[in-house]
Design a protein around this ligand. Sequence first.
Ligand code: MLT
Length: 265
Amino acid sequence: MSVARVHGIKLAYEVSGARSPIVLLHGFPFNRTLWREQVEALRERYRVITPDLRGHGETTATHEPATMEAMAGDVAALLDELHITRVVLGGLSMGGYVALAFYRLFPERVSALLLADTRPQADTGDARLAREETAARALGEGMHTIADAMLPKLLAPSTQAERPKIVARIREMILNTDAQGAASALRGMAVRRDQTEFLREINCPTLIVVGSLDQITPPADAERMNREIRGSRLEVIAGAGHVSNVERPAEFNRALENFLRELEA
Ligand code: MLT
């Protein structure tokens, strides 16, 4: 693990492999180890950079809302520190919100996008209220209540029933997230901007991936992004829920590696 000092916080990250850089941004409330299987698959041919986003993993938590723009700014500062100008940028769920914010802020730094189990819309009024309740619960009761509430929605029914190691791994990631970091991220997600109109301005190769059983950002969201982003490709991972890269790593990696190979051709 390495640490960069960016915007007054300590940002933990890992770099695996050499050659052309790809940055993978985890979802909420996880950390960089979410990408373990992708790092293993890609490290021989790519330089895979996996940061812990603000308030997650070993990166400092802040008290103010961790906006998608603040997280994107942290990633840009990390790339500056690593002297990297342009990357393939991927994100899952909240990581996808951050990837969209990053593209909006720094389009010249993105050579291609991976948007996994994510969506372009802002929160509804009710969703914002629910975020605030969840933030209060995380701070008051701790992360186990968040894990209990989220797990049934995060994973496909068959993953929950038959893959106890995955259930335990996801639970552990949630329990290891700092409650203040989670609350700040929830408050940041609650105020994220609607990126739906912006999708038409995306002008780089884009791979969209979604689990067929994703309940949080369902395939309809992915289909909408695929319609709006010029020349994008959609891969639906059969039988996976919201954490499709962990639930079905072989299928996820195949889609990602095919996409990356075509970029090089
Ligand atoms: C995530 O997986 O990052 C979150 O579930 C996204 C969200 O709550 O909107």
